[in-house]
Write a protein that binds this ligand. Structure first.
Ligand SMILES: Cc1ncc(COP(=O)(O)O)c(C=O)c1O
Length: 382
């Protein structure tokens, strides 16, 4: 068998919608992008959304529009992809890395409060909804409000994810989604910003496209001079082309179906791997239906310490693709050296890093493929 770590499923209107865009003769950001934005906003129940060309772009725009500036401190969990922290460096702000809870790999109220005690002047926090499970926003938001900490949610893994019956994207000041090729829905490359704050949304919209005060489609369709625009800030080139939005529209139609298929994969793994002493399964604090199941991460515990790489090699040799989420950022040369970070300050992340291993999970994964993965793991560990 050959089982990839991730596999997209485009079995809906993807080809039809992309064809329509090509045939329309208008390939860049316009009507289809707007339709995708509208449908995404309706889906999660956010007031304003803005489509961009990656979640990294979304995070950058989010931090910029929250007026994160040079020298500002922003909390970031160490167990995340570099994008969550690098965008702060674009603005010359400084990430303050925090440990995460073992099991959920999420920030908790206690960890954030400890961070605030040590850094009372911090301006914001990036909350990562790890693997598709929402952080406990009900507990984190009051702490942030109390200490005047702005909230950027990194929901790259978390669509469609719910917390307390509401979709992620409707909690913090601003939320950033990813539609990268291996995400729960994809546009090839892409991202989305969601917010209920009109002022922030207006800033994001302008900065998404060079700081121009009118978007291309407005100019094209308006009766006033089409050529005229003003530059109100040195913005970026982060817009989502209609070609990508067309794929997104088709994927959105199947988002809940994809989520359910991923959930079935996760349920199979929980069932089949529960009795293996050497493996710690992910801790789930939400209803299964509220999790987007983007990543299924196991942790090989103490009994298998230092065996992770050998086990990955064995799985690969049997045709099973796996991944590691993540080597924590405090271990990455740039962050480690710039901020003099020590592994002992991140005990839970270190415990995860010593054995973390993400198993294949994708909507079209069959029972046979799942069975093959779990029996192979059992064989390797026996
Ligand atoms: C937690 C997290 N944040 C941000 C990103 C960046 O997403 P994108 O590739 O859409 O820029 C990723 C990408 O995998 C991610 O996993």
């Amino acid at each position: 068998m050959n089982i990839p770590f991730a596999k997209i499923l485009c079995n809906g209107h993807e080809f039809e919608y992309v064809r329509q865009v090509i045939e329309s003769g208008w390939l860049t950001t316009a009507r289809v992008c707007r339709e995708f934005e509208q449908k995404f906003a309706d889906y999660i129940g956010a007031k304003y959304v803005c489509a961009v060309n990656s979640c990294t772009a979304a995070l950058h725009l989010a931090a910029e529009s929250l007026q994160i500036k040079s020298g500002d401190k922003v909390f970031v969990p160490t167990m995340t992809f570099t994008a969550s922290a690098e965008v702060l460096r674009y603005l010359n702000a400084d990430p303050i890395f925090l440990d995460v809870e073992y099991g959920t790999v999420l920030l908790t109220k206690e960890i954030l409060e400890e961070g605030i005690r040590k850094n009372p002047d911090a301006k914001a926090v990036v909350i990562v909804h790890y693997a598709g499970q929402a952080a406990n926003m009900k507990e984190l938001i009051p702490v942030c409000r109390k200490y005047n900490i702005k909230i950027i949610e990194d929901a790259a893994h978390a669509f469609p994810t719910k917390h307390d019956d509401k979709f992620v994207g409707t909690f913090g000041d601003v939320t950033c989604f990813s539609f990268y090729a291996n995400k729960t829905i994809t546009t090839g490359e892409g991202g989305m910003i969601a917010t209920d704050n009109e002022e922030l949304f207006n800033r994001v919209k302008i900065m998404r496209l060079h700081g121009i005060n009118r978007d291309i489609w407005d100019r094209f369709t308006s009766n006033s001079a089409k050529w005229e625009y003003d530059i109100v800030a040195p913005g970026f080139k982060y817009n989502m082309p209609d070609i990508n939005a067309a794929i997104g529209l088709a994927q959105l139609e199947h988002a809940e179906e994809f989520r359910q298929c991923r959930q079935k994969c996760a349920e199979f793994y929980f069932d089949q791997l529960a009795d293996i002493e050497e493996i710690d399964l992910p801790f789930i604090n939400c209803k299964k239906e509220e999790h987007s199941w983007h990543i299924f991460q196991i942790v090989l515990n103490k009994k298998l310490s230092n065996k992770r790489n050998d086990i990955i090699q064995s799985l690969n040799s049997k045709g099973i693709g796996v991944s590691v989420h993540y080597k924590p950022l405090h271990r990455m040369t740039y962050y480690r050296d710039r901020y003099h970070l020590q592994p002992e300050d991140f005990p839970n992340a270190e415990r995860i890093w010593n054995g973390n291993l993400s198993l294949p999970i994708f909507p079209s994964m069959s029972k046979e493929e799942l069975k093959y993965v779990t029996t192979t793991i059992k064989e390797i560990l026996s």
